[in-house]
Design a protein around this ligand. Sequence first.
Ligand SMILES: CC(=O)N[C@H]1[C@@H](OP(=O)(O)OP(=O)(O)OC[C@H]2O[C@@H](n3ccc(=O)[nH]c3=O)[C@H](O)[C@@H]2O)O[C@H](CO)[C@H](O)[C@@H]1O
Ligand SMILES: [Mn+2]
Length: 283
Amino acid sequence: SFPEQGLCSRRRDVRTVTPWLAPIVWEGTFDPFVIDNIYKPLNITVATTVFAVGKYTRFLKAFLVTAEKHYLVGFRVQYYIFTDQPHEVPKVPLGSGRNLTTIQVSKLDRWQEISLQRMGIILKTIEEQIHKEAQYIYCLDVDMLFHSRWGAEVFGDLVAAIHPGYYKVSRENFPYERRPASQANIPLDQGDFYYGGAVFGGLAENVYRLTRTCYRNILVDKANNIEAVWQEESHLNKYFIYNKPTTLLSPEYLWDDEKPQPQEIKLIRFSTVKKNYAEVRDN
Ligand SMILES: CC(=O)N[C@H]1[C@@H](OP(=O)(O)OP(=O)(O)OC[C@H]2O[C@@H](n3ccc(=O)[nH]c3=O)[C@H](O)[C@@H]2O)O[C@H](CO)[C@H](O)[C@@H]1O
Ligand SMILES: [Mn+2]
């Protein structure tokens, strides 16, 4: 049965479409049953990359336990856990059609390097295996918990999440990389949104192109001895200026527990756990 169209609550308190007509997904803008009925029959497999290097292995258990409750429930999900300590990957019971692969990566000294190298490793893994087994891929931070539905409404060709700290901020105040010497630089009069590095995804072939471009630019920066102000997040934001995301996730999909919950955030779906940076990072 189709829901009462006229009664569907439309959000007037937030922007729900971009200037290039991509939806911005907020609670109240979609019907979960309608969306599920579109995607469930398609037999989609979703690759999900998660890095847990050094002390960040401690976040894996709660991440996976809550993902099994809320993350693309009812879909085939293939988790890829990248870690320097495979024995620290917890054995969390997974729903049917859901699997986990652990891939060993080396430990880098600086957290900035760990964060940056994700682009190169995701690129290689899409090339070597993900393209054969999954149509969609989502790349997520590990220091996060799912709190409510993170469902098929996130499917899109190229998907970005609006950073919870900047959705009410005007573009000249976005923390984009501004130094012309970096490949990630964005002039003051450009940019649409400030996207978070903790969530991006879409069709595997699109994320392949995204990681290839970002990784190349990261290598150019490295050769020029410059590191973008927010590492791969800066390069991601640059990419999305020229390759507009086709679906934007509202900050419901990338929240931060340090923030009070404002009126327009009807539910928090995925949120950064409070962490002691000095304790979990080596530098
Ligand atoms: C909400 C959001 O958009 N967060 C972004 C932000 O800060 P964050 O403070 O969220 O960065 P972070 O410390 O969570 O690091 C990003 C991710 O890298 C991995 N990791 C990092 C360090 C480490 O020692 N071991 C390890 O495994 C882990 O998966 C972690 O979730 O800026 C980072 C880059 O500067 C990334 O763009 C993050 O995605
Ligand atoms: Mn994080």
